[in-house]
Write a protein that binds this ligand. Sequence first.
Ligand SMILES: [Fe+2]
Length: 316
Amino acid sequence: MAEPGRSCPRHYRYSPAVFARAADVEARSLYVVGGLYGNPFALEAVLDLARREGATLVFNGDFNWFDADPEGFRAINETVLQHAALRGNVETELAGEDAGAGCGCGYPQWVGDAEVERSNRILERLRETARGHPDLRARLGGLPMHLVAEVGGLRVGIAHGDAESLAGWQFSQEALRERPERAQALLAGAAVDVFACTHTCLPVMQDFATPRGTALIVNNGAAGMPNFRDARFGLATRIASVPSMEALYGARLGAIVVEAVPVRYDHEAWLARFDRVWPAGSPASVSYRKRIASGPGYDVEQALRTSSNGALSRAA
Ligand SMILES: [Fe+2]
């Protein structure tokens, strides 16, 4: 097995063909919320967004990460598990015993060793917290890895990573730029119109030609952390027939819009909570505090990669 945090365990894998099934969920309006990372204020904001339009929520993994305090851990999980939820690598590793996968992120080579090592330490601390909540741990372990939704006749595949692995990076903004043909093949194999994912930390929306017609991969980056330079909000993916007034960017697929919607949480409260749980010098502080405070070096123009051929156009 590769070093902890680099590997992609066998039980993380599935075939793209698993998505070629009847929808598990039908929704008029759907929010896919990936990478909440234990931010209770972002959770509050996302619940509020969904409540206002009676939308269905799907939490597609890594809703735990910074919630290493026992109260925070219980509160996040008890609320998220009232909705449709998939396990990410974090939930999978929390539910299991350490099998050498570390954080289970399957980090590619462009992520440095020191960062991978810090992620493994964050996971170790979080697992210690989770041990105090065996009921929640069991429920996390029982969550599915993938889900198929239908919104206005559009088929939506949802997973944490990509169309073949819970912690796959094929739908990261880097891989979509460098190996679009690989992503296209996976998307075609999944037989969906939209594939909604997260896991790789940065958002991207990119269109592809598939046998079904134009299809979209939409990665929301993180719901619980900023995704753009100087931003202080997370992102969720919204799929619906009526455009949102709040969308940052989006694309249209027939009668349906697929959008990146800001998750505007209480930034000061979150930063204070984060600093309390992960003080200066802790692995999470070293790896993430700068991003939480002022966003990563990434811009909206880099995330939106849809063609302007008429089949898709910017919705916001
Ligand atoms: Fe992940």
